[in-house]
Ligand binder design. Structure first.
Ligand SMILES: *Cc1c(COP(=O)(O)O)cnc(C)c1O
Length: 404
């Protein structure tokens, strides 16, 4: 069993007060809080080894480069990539997805098809729409059912020889549904399509194995997994990364530059133009170590306990409806109360120190599907407690009484 109080003590912000009340932080789906070890590692980098990487022969530059590359290998092992050069540092999931869609602009032809799911975050919809505009490719959508699950029978029908890319999230940020990505990847590969998995909501809860999944790309952000903002990873299979053109031009990504012709650097540097977030990349490794020390098995056990308790307690409230009732779920609950705007509940419980997200959660198509303006989303992390959930439930009851 995890010692939750001991873990909570490692996160300074969790003992803050908000609006005079102890903070109850249930907006982990938007970004997670950071343990002291992560905060310290960021300062330590600047205090002790700050220098630009891959450039200088001087000692500090070597130390910074080593730390950055050690972090890359650490992340390679964490996601079980075959090679460390398949692990690209990015500024986050959004950057990783755009790197891929930009690359496919030189591959797709008019009439080619891209399948996205109806559960996607805007950052895994809009870049593909932009790609379609550029190339004449056609975007098709894998629909969901009333439980918020992908309708796999329709996916089978949509999939054809025309399908060049399939992209879905591993876990939905808006509903918490865990998608059957292994079967999606297998079926997509059977028609020769490449698969990008948006893992932004999965990596805080589980350890993805990219070789076992056999996905072609897997993108995620550091800030939702106890790491710094402005960090992220794009995993890409070597053969795909060799096929795609560079995303940005600049320093670091070249072999040789003349005004007649420039040749590009080898992987991973071909995709890492300019000075990256060096401290962030190193500290993302620290965050991953931290999570592995707690253990993803323990994290899941704690989070499932929170999910079960919150589901049961929230359903005590009359007129409350939960969206995303599928069986396979991560610790995210999206809900509404009959006749009350989600924003009004969110504002009242904020006054009581409770941080939840209200709105469309960057997934407007899901809200349109359910014909609602948005939801209240409580997303739990391993450092949250049963007591905090009870505090939220009482606050929601109070808000309901005030508003009805
Ligand atoms: C947060 C999130 C993103 C975007 O991540 P950024 O860190 O803002 O780039 C994309 N997809 C999902 C599912 C997310 O939850």
């Amino acid at each position: 069993m995890l010692d939750i109080q001991k873990i909570r003590a490692e996160f300074p912000i969790l003992s803050e007060k908000v609006n005079g009340k102890p903070l109850v932080y249930f907006d982990n789906g938007a970004t997670s809080q950071k343990p002291q070890i992560v905060i310290d590692a960021e300062a330590k980098y600047y205090q002790e080894i700050n220098a630009n990487i891959h450039r200088g022969v001087h000692t500090l530059s070597q130390l910074a480069t080593d730390a950055y590359e050690i972090s890359r290998v650490k992340i390679q092992h964490h996601i079980n990539a075959k090679f460390s050069h398949e692990v690209l540092f990015t500024s986050g999931t959004t950057h990783g997805i755009n790197l891929v869609t930009n690359g496919f602009a030189s591959i797709l032809k008019p009439g080619d098809e891209i399948l996205v799911s109806a559960l996607e975050h805007h950052s895994n919809i809009v870049p593909w729409q932009m790609l379609c505009e550029k190339t004449g490719a056609v975007l098709k959508v894998i629909p969901i059912n009333e439980d918020g699950e992908l309708i796999m029978e329709t996916f089978d029908v949509l999939l054809s020889e025309k399908t060049k890319v399939v992209t879905v999230n591993h876990i939905s940020n808006a509903l918490g549904i865990i998608n059957p990505i292994k079967s999606i990847i297998e079926k997509a590969h059977a028609v020769g399509a490449a698969v990008l998995i948006d893992g932004a909501q999965a990596v805080p809860h589980l350890k993805p194995d990219v070789q076992d999944l056999d996905c072609d790309f897997y993108a995620f952000s550091g800030h939702k997994m106890c790491g710094p903002t402005g960090t992220g990873i794009l995993y890409g299979k070597e053969e795909w990364l060799n096929k795609l053109p560079p995303y940005q031009g600049g320093g670091e990504m070249i072999k040789e530059v003349t005004f007649e012709k420039t040749t590009y650097a080898d992987l991973p540097h071909k995709f890492e133009a300019g000075t990256p977030n060096i401290a962030g990349g190193i500290v993302l490794g620290t965050a991953i170590d931290y999570l592995n020390n707690i253990g993803f098995h323990n994290i899941q056990k704690q989070e499932q306990k929170l999910l079960e308790h919150a589901t049961k307690r929230l359903l005590e409230i009359e007129g409350l409806k939960i969206y995303g009732t599928g069986k396979n779920k991560a610790s995210v609950i999206s809900f509404n109360i009959d006749g009350i705007h989600p924003y009004d509940i969110g504002s009242i419980i904020d006054k009581l120190g409770i941080a939840v997200r209200t709105g469309h959660h960057c997934a407007q198509p899901i809200m349109n599907f359910f014909c609602i303006p948005g939801t209240i989303r409580a997303s739990f992390s391993f450092y949250n407690t049963i007591e905090e959930i009870d505090v939220m439930v009482e606050a929601v009851k109070k808000a309901k009484t005030m508003l009805s």
